[in-house]
Design a protein around this ligand. Structure first.
Ligand SMILES: C[S@@+](CC[C@H](N)C(=O)[O-])C[C@H]1O[C@@H](n2cnc3c(N)ncnc32)[C@H](O)[C@@H]1O
Length: 341
């Protein structure tokens, strides 16, 4: 796919569908060109969010033990391709793809086979021997283990029945990587799911603790757990990306996302004094201010520029995940170091 092959009307139609929200579980993929155009644009942006998530997982020294991946609600399959490329295709035996759109499964299968010729890539319903519509039955085929479950940008499209299907898959998964848009509503929905899973899995990221999520404290009703991925700088000098941003009504600079990484087989993370900055720091002339999450909850912290000018500057410029070990005096940060890669 190139910019000149892009099906702009298809992108306009997809955009209208995304904005209108789900329509009773119906699929909006109509043609192969829909998926190719999505993969090249919206999918690329989702890929950059995954890159940020995968960078954070490396920082947390995590990699999946499972050798099979299931990408559920795969669309064009960008999420699982990013995951497999990041950890190395040689570390996986099979990728299973599932979407209620057969067209999407077909596109994602072709794309994954092209990128990973040695990997076994197949439709999940056939290869895992399950039919999502019968997951609630107790037949043996419904209990086959699932390795790494990848879920990306599906939450606001799911009917209650589809959510139940996904919950049943999570119950069989060894680990789960789930990335969603970083909006207030969707992030808090994802956080509520984390609450139901945090005693069954070890939480790898973004949390630095396995306690109840701080955003659900009554005083944090307006907050939400989200982060910003850095888009590649060259897109701002690419007229086609600028045109896409304008036509889609998207601010290309901003890539907010929410996510969690859970692993059933990893030992529970030891208590740490690590913090995760939520959102991004706001910089004022004399100080920076940010929402900080750690095992003691969510709290707004300030770093005076004169306390640590280099740290003040780093918080403004770094593209790395904002995981820090602070030295604090109450709600003032007086110094700190990022988690080392
Ligand atoms: C916004 S797209 C995201 C696609 C892909 N995961 C990504 O991150 O680019 C949402 C996808 O979820 C799929 N989907 C929606 N409801 C579903 C369901 N009940 N079962 C399976 N897939 C579903 C849609 O067909 C679509 O491909």
């Amino acid at each position: 796919m190139t910019w000149s092959e892009l099906d702009w009307p298809a992108l306009d139609r997809l955009r209208a569908g995304f904005l209108a929200g789900p329509s009773a579980g119906a699929s909006y993929w109509q043609t192969h060109a829909d998926l190719a155009s999505y993969d090249f644009t919206y999918g690329a942006r989702i890929g950059w969010k995954w890159d940020a998530v995968l960078a954070e997982l490396r920082l947390r020294h995590w990699r999946p033990a499972a050798r099979t991946v299931l990408d559920w609600g795969c669309g064009s399959g960008v999420a699982s391709r990013r995951v497999i490329a990041s950890f190395g295709p040689e570390n996986f035996d099979a990728l299973y793809l599932w979407d209620h759109s057969p067209l999407a499964v077909d596109f994602a299968t072709t794309a994954a086979r092209a990128q990973f010729p040695s990997l076994h890539v197949a439709t999940a319903a056939l290869s895992l021997n399950f039919q999502p519509s019968t997951l609630n039955s107790d037949s043996a085929s419904d209990s086959a283990p699932i390795g790494l479950l990848v879920v990306s940008h599906v939450l606001n499209e799911l009917t209650p029945a589809a959510r139940a299907e996904l919950d049943a898959l999570i119950a069989r998964a060894e680990s789960v990587l789930w990335v969603e848009p970083g909006t207030h509503v969707v992030s808090r929905q994802l956080g509520a799911i984390r609450e139901t899973l945090r005693t069954q899995f070890s939480i790898i990221a973004p949390c630095t603790h396995a306690l109840a999520c701080g955003v659900f404290a009554p005083e944090h009703a307006r907050d939400w757990c989200h982060f910003f991925a850095p888009p590649p700088s060259e897109i701002f000098a690419t007229p086609d990306w600028v045109k896409f941003g304008q036509r889609a009504g998207i601010d290309l600079r901003s890539l907010p996302y929410a996510f969690f990484a859970l692993d059933r087989t990893a030992p529970p993370a030891p208590a740490t004094d690590l913090s995760r900055i939520i959102g991004r720091p706001e910089h004022f002339k004399p100080y920076a201010r940010f929402l900080n999450c750690d095992a003691t909850g969510l709290v707004e912290l300030e770093l005076l520029k004169r306390a640590d000018p280099a740290l003040y500057k780093q918080l403004d410029r770094t593209k790395a995940p904002l995981v820090y070990r602070w030295r604090r005096d109450g709600d003032k940060v007086i110094g700190g170091e990022p988690l080392a890669p």
